[in-house]
Design a binder for this molecule. Structure first.
Ligand code: GAL
Length: 939
């Protein structure tokens, strides 16, 4: 017997353990985020040549499988395309134009811009040989919109909606042990909403690998019933078998609490589903001393579902969930965990300043925290399913959600969208209500609306019976949809008699799905239509609309109404009512597009929040208005407030419940102070001080940032020499960063047409008029000889591949708009010969070290206008008659570096969103401005 030395034994054990770990890993699930390192280029809506000839092949992707053509082809050369990481919104990168879409915030993208309405994305993915045997799929959280996806040239499918998550199985097409190509063509020419929607792959993409026997995506459904302190959990799981195994599997369901401790477990042996079949299995578990999910303490549990085959784990699937009870009562409103809870909500779209719809996950947390800070406890996803990260943030931070589908209808387009939304989102404790529509004016008040609502409502219940269904209704209360919908969603007091509706439908609970739609510009206190300024004092915006205060009082006074959702929490791009161009964002928000509060935030905080509030408005920098009367308002939840100007009392006033206080004050510079009293005792005060001139720049990390995260939201402001914030400053600020990058800039000014992003311009210029001459020898010229002018003929025309010359010289041209030394110009050569020498404007150019088919062309070789390019090459040989020979010599790429990042302050503030590099210890953001002391921020 051979004796193994201890050292060898250890090595053997390590080796075996590695093999085992590898085998285990191979059989379990991997979900890999593939947001990084994509290539992007614009295509064209109808000019197929500019769309890289896509869908023009004799055989294209619908004729025969695997015939994706143009960029959809596996080997398409995308070296000259722009490199980027997801999430990406190409609309936000574009300038503004009056001719562009009002709904989409006048960004020059979409249907009126055919050259900016198609986006191509390509990504290389390596999949190891060891994955052979697993199910490989690509998961998209959402693409705006009408996407077509290809994998190694194979067409996978089309997803029309810009708001659905979807998944494609690519197992059959994978090149195991090598490179694979994933291609997406997004077509944003059509709008789905009447608000800004972005363009492109603006949500995450994942590569998923599972065992053939696996839990399908969104394949679990966890519900709970609470009795005293015990929760009876029902855990449903949908398992699919894409393999040939027949026999039994074991399903192990384990509930973990938030500390990671297992609190309940059950296992069961079942028969595996047949080949390509999905089966549903239900387990019951009991969680004792269940901790409930609540808006104050959003406690989460996790269900771990494991599938075992012959005792070995083949799949693990995690489902975060919460234990909580919800109930609507037609008399008393909404109840969370048995306690009444008035819904204090806002409606919101999904875009943010500077970054459009391409929100890093951190921004979801940032925005939900801002809303919570205002005292809000509920969020309506108007008017489409949100990104999964928004719901994750709501689950973790404690924010109730109305989840809404995009379009009402009863066919596959509508019901399948609804189904996917519910199946994706039904484990989120934050989601308390499904909305199946909003203001469908054609059907709201009629029998078509009744029929559609009845179908959608019943259909919804079949997928999730634990949540009620609502529709936001703006006309025809008492008829049509409103007569059959489970929870009446009132859109605006001015649209009908809410009490009358309620008296007729006594058993139907209701809530205000929209209210407000007031106009306000942050930091503006006088309406000036010429400047498109709306004063920030809360007022009735239009004859049939009401102020925030009027709206809240109405809902607060009626216990039968579960609550209200103001239009909106944040301003958004598009819908710049009451104005149009050059206003590009809405005026409705309680906060601006950056999340800087308008004064109404403090009204809501007073009556929605739990802490004492005193907020005095306006600011006190009114030079030139000395002696003139100014409206001073105080938002507060104190019993009384006394106002002082320069220490002199302007009077003490009693605060009415859900009200605000007003004074008229003759302006004199100095200090305006409001002191709040509760039970006769001074408890807090707020001060507006006249400031000196702007002197210093100040950068602050917003407190709503996610701690220690790579993405950071920074507030930019200026202060006077005493350090006081200057509320009227509008200076232009320049930014630079080390150890990171800037994602976007904004300032909340609805009329700002400044750039949101400063990114290098990338232009692809084709080589045109390609001609050729035969060369007598295969020795390629090292210096450009003068070729006879009348020998040139169209390149490759009637080429006799059986009788080719020893070599050819090709002559083409390309145009340069300018020849700035700062441009980076490269020629990406595509092989039209075996060996080649290249001359630009007569000078020989050399291939670059990194890529032998890339030539860097510097400005002393180039000139403005027409440039000539000669390529001398020995010919490629056609092997088979049907071989398609490349005749495209390549493309010229011109990169014009972006100008430095900058943004003007708007009424004292701007916002900059930055991202620290993966490997950097710190990012250093610097801000400079003419006449101001610079600032920098390290983090
Ligand atoms: C509502 C609509 C919202 C928004 C709002 C503006 O009618 O549902 O999406 O357009 O008006 O006031």
């Amino acid at each position: 017997m051979k004796i193994i030395s201890p050292k060898r034994l250890i090595l053997c054990i390590v080796f075996l353990m590695t093999c085992f770990a590898f085998a285990q890993n191979k059989s379990e699930r991997d979900l890999i985020l593939i947001d990084k390192d994509w290539r992007f280029s614009f295509g064209h809506l109808y000019d197929t040549e500019k769309d890289y000839g896509h869908a023009t092949g004799y055989f294209s992707y619908l004729t025969k499988t695997g015939f994706g053509d143009g960029p959809a082809a596996k080997d398409f050369d995308d070296r000259a395309w722009r490199k980027l990481d997801l999430p990406h919104d190409w609309a936000v990168e574009q300038p503004f134009s009056e001719k562009a879409s009002y709904s989409h915030g006048f960004k020059m993208a979409g249907k009126n811009y055919p050259e900016k309405s198609i986006g191509w994305y390509r990504k290389k993915i390596t999949i190891p040989e060891s994955d052979n045997g697993r199910i490989i799929s690509i998961k998209f959280d959402g693409i705006f919109r009408n996407s077509k996806v290809f994998f190694n040239g194979y067409f996978l499918g089309t997803e029309e909606s810009g708001y659905n998550g979807f998944e494609y199985d690519v197992t059959a097409y994978v090149n195991y042990g090598g490179e694979n190509t994933l291609v997406v063509r997004a077509d944003a020419s059509m709008e789905e909403g009447w608000f800004y929607e972005g363009a492109g792959i603006y949500r995450h993409v994942y590569l998923q690998k599972t065992n053939p026997i696996h839990v399908i995506s969104n394949g679990t459904y966890v519900t709970s019933e609470i009795k005293n302190t015990t929760a009876a959990i029902t855990a449903e799981v949908n398992i699919e078998n894409k393999g040939n195994y027949k026999g039994s599997i074991e399903i192990v369901q384990t509930v973990f609490d938030s500390s990671g401790k297992s609190v309940a477990a059950v296992s069961e042996n079942v028969v595996v589903p047949d080949f390509y079949k999905i089966a549903n299995y239900i387990s019951k578990l009991t969680v004792n001393n269940a901790l409930l999910w609540d808006i104050e303490s959003p406690i989460l549990y996790r269900l771990s579902t494991q599938i075992k085959q012959n005792g070995k784990i083949v799949d693990s699937y995690e489902t975060p969930f919460g234990i909580r009870a919800i109930r609507f009562d037609a008399e008393k409103g909404f109840f969370l965990n048995g306690k009444p809870l008035k819904l204090k909500g806002t409606n919101n779209h999904q875009d943010h300043a500077g970054i459009g719809t391409a929100l890093p996950d951190e921004l979801q947390y940032f925005r939900i925290k801002k809303l919570k800070e205002m005292g809000s406890n509920a969020y309506r996803c108007s008017h489409h399913p949100p990104t999964p990260e928004l719901l994750k943030a709501c689950d973790e931070l404690g924010m109730l959600v109305i989840d809404e589908t995009r379009l009402m209808g009863i066919n596959d387009y509508h019901l399948n969208d609804l189904k996917r939304m519910i199946e994706r989102d039904r484990n989120h404790p934050s989601v308390f209500c499904w909305s199946v529509g909003n203001e469908e004016w054609n059907i709201e008040g009629n029998i078509v609306g009744v029929h559609i609502t009845e179908v959608m409502q019943g259909f919804t219940k079949g997928i999730d019976s634990t949540r009620p269904v609502t529709v936001g209704i703006s006309s025809g209360f008492k008829s049509g949809i409103s007569s059959v919908v489970e929870i009446m969603g009132y859109n605006y007091l001015g649209n009908g008699d809410i009490d009358a509706h309620r008296n007729q439908f006594k058993n139907q609970p209701g809530m205000g799905t929209e209210e407000g739609s007031t106009f306000a510009t942050r930091g503006v206190y006088f309406t000036d239509d010429a400047k498109h300024y709306q004063s920030a004092y809360d007022k009735k915006p239009r004859p049939t609309f009401y102020s925030i205060e009027e709206g809240w009082k109405f809902y607060a006074e009626r216990p039968y109404l579960a609550g209200v959702f103001f239009w909106t929490g944040f301003d958004y791009r598009g819908e710049p009512t009451p104005y149009g161009w050059p206003s590009v964002t809405s005026y409705f928000g309680m906060m601006d597009v950056c999340g800087f509060p308008k004064d109404n935030v403090f009204y809501l905080k007073s009556w929605w929040g739990n802490s004492p509030v005193v907020h005095v408005m306006p600011h006190w920098n009114w030079s030139g208005m000395e002696g003139k009367e100014i409206d001073v308002w105080v938002h507060s939840n104190c019993d009384e407030v006394e106002l002082f100007l320069n220490k002199k009392s302007c009077g003490k006033k009693k605060m009415e419940q859900n009200g605000h206080l007003e004074w008229k004050v003759k302006y004199a510079p100095g200090t305006l102070e409001a002191i709040g009293y509760k039970n006769g005792k001074k408890i807090l005060s707020d001060i507006q001080k006249t400031t000196g001139n702007a002197e210093n720049l100040k950068l602050t990390l917003d407190k709503e940032n996610v701690p220690n995260s790579k993405v950071m939201v920074v507030t930019v402001e200026v202060t006077d020499k005493k350090g006081l914030h200057v509320p009227t400053s509008n200076n232009e600020i320049n930014f630079s960063i080390e150890g990171g990058k800037i994602l976007g800039v904004g300032n909340g000014d609805p009329t700002s047409l400044e750039k949101d992003q400063f990114i290098d311009e990338l232009l692809l210029v084709p080589i045109t008029n390609l001609e050729e001459q035969k060369l007598a020898s295969a020795d390629l010229p090292q210096q450009l000889p003068s070729y006879s002018e009348n020998e040139w003929k169209i390149a490759f025309k009637d080429r006799d591949y059986k009788n080719q010359a020893p070599a050819y010289v090709y002559l083409g041209e390309f145009d340069l708009k300018n020849n700035a030394a700062t441009n980076v110009v490269s020629f990406f050569y595509k092989k039209i010969g075996v060996n080649a020498t290249v001359f630009v404007n007569g000078k020989k150019v050399e291939p670059s070290a990194e890529d032998s088919q890339k030539y860097m062309l510097n400005s002393n070789v180039l000139k403005e206008g027409k440039n000539s390019i000669y390529i001398a090459a020995t010919p490629l040989q056609k092997i088979k008659d049907w071989d398609v020979m490349n005749t495209d010599p390549g493309i010229i790429q011109i990169i014009t570096p972006a100008e430095l990042w900058k943004r003007k302050l708007f009424n004292g503030y701007a916002q900059i969103i930055i991202q620290k590099d993966e490997t950097a210890n710190e990012a250093v953001l610097s801000a400079t401005a003419k006449g101001l002391r610079s600032a920098s921020l390290r983090n």
